[in-house]
Design a protein around this ligand. Structure first.
Ligand code: NAG
Ligand code: NAG
Ligand code: NAG
Ligand code: NAG
Ligand code: NAG
Ligand code: NAG
Ligand code: NAG
Length: 431
């Protein structure tokens, strides 16, 4: 899912351009080194949610709202109700809309299925404090069933989105166990009210923010769960191996060489004062999979520097318009549907080209997103499911690109907090 649990004030281009928040993750670290369930070598399975129907349009719209770009174009296919985005009915199409992982809260542990989100910093859950109509049938956190839970007085979180929707709640202190590591006295944000567009995802029980050097939205400020976790790990990093239509893996404090091929991880420094996982890519190329086209493709590298964010909580790849144009120029049947402001193509289109992205001087290494991955989902209201939505779309003028799951499932990614860098390596692809 495209989590968008950050307030507009954090996301507008203006706020974004402000000097960094000025604090590093280390500044947030509490005296919280006591607990460690293991040896710092841990991993967690990422379950692709096979049942939840993606709604490509709502997805795209939410991603843009999350990042402060508003909703795309005229609102044709995107129902906007009472200030909420994406209230379009979910249509039953399977797809890699979101990746969910089990995380345990409290003592004894209560297991909730969470969306690990490198684009935000808050850890929030549905709980006994949440409006019952928001809860539905999903699992929730029961602080009263946890002997280690303690409510934090006069502490709250409150988020308002660009579309006027909001989420807010209270804050508890309790143990969080993720991938075998127990983090004591972590701040757990318990939702009181959650906007309808979030509630409409029936499986996700909360968002687990893993943002880099980004404050949470708790007032008064508290250290983030990630910053509390780092001292418990062997290395100040975590990795993501998301997979095309199958279960992938997150690891914490450890790089598992079985998760990538070759013996090199290609690192790119984060931008100065980065708050998000923000770095540059330095080239792109659109390579038709048609035999014989590779030579031409090799010549067609576009070189520059594009600021970009790696976000596990965004489904799609959102890039500058000219890049989007270059991509779909190579898909003869593709067309831009102005009503819904997205690039589409007939689902039967046989040869979507690969999208290659270069880092640190392109010639060092480039990641290949197979054309198949760019075939995100059939549009919910297209006749006989015959029109598909591309996984590469416009970032709607944002000052940075977003490399979401469409990209991340094509690579093995190292989120190196300590090294202030991001690493990519090739891996065996399911596709
Ligand atoms: C994927 O993960 C889920 C949740 O852990 C599990 O129920 C399912 O069996 C896994 N699927 C495969 C193919 O391993
Ligand atoms: C919480 O706020 C109330 C009202 O402002 C105040 O009386 C109380 O002392 C505060 N409690 C704590 C623990 O800060
Ligand atoms: C958690 O915080 C409470 C209240 O500040 C404190 O009494 C307790 O010792 C802390 N537990 C750990 C493991 O740090
Ligand atoms: C990223 O690109 C911008 C724009 O070209 C450039 O000013 C900056 O130095 C680059 N940063 C890194 C870390 O490469
Ligand atoms: C554009 O999208 C709208 C809304 O989904 C749809 O009704 C219309 O048929 C699409 N246009 C074309 C040319 O496919
Ligand atoms: C695109 O995905 C749809 C299902 O979402 C599938 O029916 C179609 O065959 C795919 N097309 C290509 C070219 O892979
Ligand atoms: C579209 O696809 C979904 C999921 O695959 C299916 O349930 C639905 O019946 C399909 N609709 C049409 C008109 O084919």
């Amino acid at each position: 899912m495209a989590a968008f649990f950050l307030p507009l004030v954090m996301l507008s281009s203006q706020a974004y351009a402000m000097p960094s928040f000025g604090r590093t993750v280390a500044d947030y670290v509490d005296a919280n080194r006591a607990s460690h369930a293991g040896d710092g070598i841990i991993s967690i399975e990422v379950a692709r949610n096979p049942n939840y129907a993606p709604n490509g349009l709502a997805e795209y719209s939410r991603a843009l709202v999350k990042w402060g770009a508003g909703t795309p174009g005229p609102m044709g296919g995107v129902a906007v109700n009472k200030g909420e985005v994406g209230a379009l009915d979910a249509t039953p199409f399977n797809g890699d809309r979101e990746y969910l992982s089990p995380v345990e809260f409290g003592t004894p542990p209560q297991r909730l299925i969470m969306d690990l989100d490198t684009g935000s910093a808050d850890v929030w859950v549905y709980s006994t404090e949440t409006t019952p109509s928001d809860v539905g049938s999903r699992a929730i956190y029961h602080p009263s069933n946890s002997i280690t839970a303690e409510k934090i007085d006069n502490s709250s979180w409150h988020i308002e989105y660009g579309d006027g929707s909001a989420a807010y709640g209270n804050v508890w202190r309790d143990t969080i166990t993720i991938a075998g590591v127990s983090i004591f006295n972590a701040s757990i944000e318990t939702a009181v009210d959650v906007s309808r567009s979030i509630v409409d995802d029936p499986y996700m029980c909360g968002v687990f923010g893993l943002g880099f050097s980004l404050p949470s939205q708790i007032t008064p400020p508290r250290s983030t769960v990630l910053s509390n976790m780092l001292p418990l790990l062997n290395s100040n990093l975590f990795t993501a191996d998301l997979k095309y239509q199958s279960n992938g893996t997150y690891t914490f404090g450890h790089i598992d060489s079985a998760l990538y091929t070759g013996d090199t991880i290609y690192y790119t420094p984060l931008l100065d004062n980065a708050r998000y996982w923000e770095f540059n890519f330095t080239g792109f190329n659109v390579a038709s999979s048609t035999a014989g086209d590779n030579e031409a493709a090799d010549r067609d590298w576009y070189l520059s520097e594009w600021k970009t964010i790696a976000d596990t909580g965004t489904t799609l790849v959102l890039v500058d318009d000219d890049i989007v144009q270059h991509y779909y120029d190579r898909v003869p049947s593709a067309y831009y549907n102005e009503t819904i402001a997205v690039w589409t193509f007939p689902c039967a289109t046989a040869d979507l080209p690969d999208f290659n992205i270069g880092f640190a001087g392109v010639h060092d290494w480039s990641a290949r997103v197979p054309g198949k991955f760019v075939n995100y989902t059939a549009l919910p209201d297209s006749h006989d499911n015959s029109t598909c939505m591309g996984g590469i779309q416009s970032n709607d003028g944002l000052p940075f690109a977003i490399l979401g799951d469409i990209f991340l499932k094509a690579v093995f990614t190292v989120f190196d907090v300590g090294g202030k860098r991001i690493g990519f390596a090739p891996k065996a692809l399911v596709a």
